[in-house]
Design a binder for this molecule. Structure first.
Ligand code: GUN
Ligand code: ZN
Length: 438
């Protein structure tokens, strides 16, 4: 590839801005009208203030003046086959799984469906400004295979693993301990550590794995360096009660995973709404993170996450869409809902904190801060170019903002994927808006 230089308003975060008032936070790096230099290997080579210098002739210039340039978003929990059930009416988690989700996932047993679905999903992520993700495909090996193939073809940083689920699911969607281990090992062999991909042991959730299956997952986590773990925890009250019945010996839902050796600094647990102090301390001690999924938590009526309490205990929280429980692949819409989830609890989520959690915060939590999440020399050029406003009323609102935070907060709340002008993965444009959105 050629060297490129992008000109625009650069925003990223050196450290976590925290929950403080927006005018007094650390870590915000705002560099209006700068050049971002990308080398021939797709890495960020430098940043230049456009008012004082310009790129040398070896860079192809791409002038995005007046647009915002952010690191690509990182979605830490999303289900690739569930684009097909997004916006399904009238159910809570357990009923939603039975009624809509399991039948939709069944279709991915067909390799052609799996392949077409994976292509559609990866293109959709990029078209929403998400360049890296932690993803659940289905129980089927070919679904995971298709997902890695599609992500790799686009050069994406993707973490995924075939779903483990050997009980309390329809027999047409169940694996066994043996088949799960065999399929996981084959997929690990093919994909873990290949280019920008990593494998995650993917325990769907405690109710759908036998103790033997969770033990197997815990053993592989110990045996294979760098594996991630992903699952769900404490999302819905009926689910929590079911786990209590199934695992009477465990102190809590989270403790089930702990007992099977599934919690470590590369563990990503979606939701984490119904937790107590001991759970929060366990998350902090293990280094595991909670993938907060506000559109899903509101849509499925699951509850309101105690984000501040988690962070006060030292636990990590990142941001996720959880499509198809979640209602949009847009991390901007997700952040806007996250603000409302906190507002309902009397907590104010600044645009700084929100945007950090979906970029540098997620990168750090995944142990990938050396590769993605910031606009810094040496990191991969995974980044997105955004319009500030697409409609006159929004432009008018932004023009009335008093100060940068107010403007950015209004943008975060009003914008969505239609504001995305381009998405770059490792310096290559993988999405460019060509049509005028309404
Ligand atoms: N718990 C177990 N499976 C799922 C799923 O597919 N989506 C959500 N939101 N929660 C789950
Ligand atoms: Zn989920």
């Amino acid at each position: 590839m050629n060297r490129i230089a992008l000109r625009g308003d650069l925003l990223d975060f050196s450290t976590d801005p925290g929950f403080g008032p927006p005018d007094a936070v650390p870590g915000v790096r705002w560099r209006p009208d700068h050049w971002l230099l990308v080398d021939e290997h797709g890495r960020i080579a430098g940043v230049l203030d456009a008012s004082v210098s310009e790129p040398d002739a070896s860079y192809r210039r791409i002038d995005q003046r007046g647009r915002l340039i952010l690191p690509g978003f990182i979605d830490t929990h999303v289900h690739s086959p569930q684009l097909d059930v997004i916006a399904s009416y009238g159910t809570e988690l357990l009923d939603w799984l039975e009624t809509y989700t399991f039948p939709a996932e069944r279709r991915h047993a067909d390799p052609q469906v799996a392949r077409a679905g994976a292509e559609r999903f990866c293109d959709a992520l990029l078209a929403h400004g998400t360049t890296a993700a932690v993803v659940f495909p289905t129980v089927h090996k070919q679904s995971c295979e298709a997902l890695f193939t599609s992500a790799n073809a686009r050069g994406m940083r993707l973490i995924a693993g075939k779903c483990l689920m050997d009980r309390h699911v329809p027999e047409w969607l169940a694996d066994t301990v043996e088949s799960a281990e065999r399929d996981s090992l084959e997929l690990i062999e093919r994909w873990h550590g290949k280019d920008r991909l990593a494998y995650a042991m993917t325990v769907r959730f405690a109710p759908t794995s036998s103790e033997a299956q969770m033990d197997m997952a815990g053993r592989l986590l110990c045996e294979v360096p760098g594996l991630y773990m992903q699952t769900h925890v404490a999302e819905n009250r009926a689910e929590v009660a079911w786990v209590r019945e199934l695992f009477p010996q465990a102190r809590s839902y989270l403790d089930v995973y702990h007992r099977h050796g599934l919690l470590n600094e590369r563990a990503v647990l979606a939701h984490g709404i119904w937790l107590d102090d001991e759970d929060r301390a366990l998350l902090a001690a293990s280094g595991a993170q909670i993938a907060h999924s506000p559109t899903s938590n509101l849509f499925l009526g699951s509850g309101l996450i105690g984000w501040q309490a988690l962070e006060a205990a030292g636990a990590k929280v990142t941001m996720a869409t959880d499509v198809g429980g979640g209602t949009s692949l847009s991390m901007l819409r997700t952040l806007a809902e996250a603000y409302k989830v906190q507002a309902l609890q009397g907590v104010r989520l600044s645009a700084w904190k929100a945007l950090h959690s979906a970029t540098a915060g997620a990168a750090d939590a995944l142990g990938l801060g050396h590769e993605i999440g910031r606009l810094e020399p040496g990191l991969m050029a995974d980044l997105c170019v955004w319009d500030w406003a697409r409609a006159e009323i929004d432009a008018n609102r932004l023009a009335l903002a008093r100060g940068l935070h107010e403007k950015l907060f209004a943008w975060m709340t009003l914008a969505d994927e239609r504001h995305l002008a381009a998405a770059y993965v490792a310096g290559t444009a993988r999405f460019e808006r060509t049509t005028i959105a309404p």
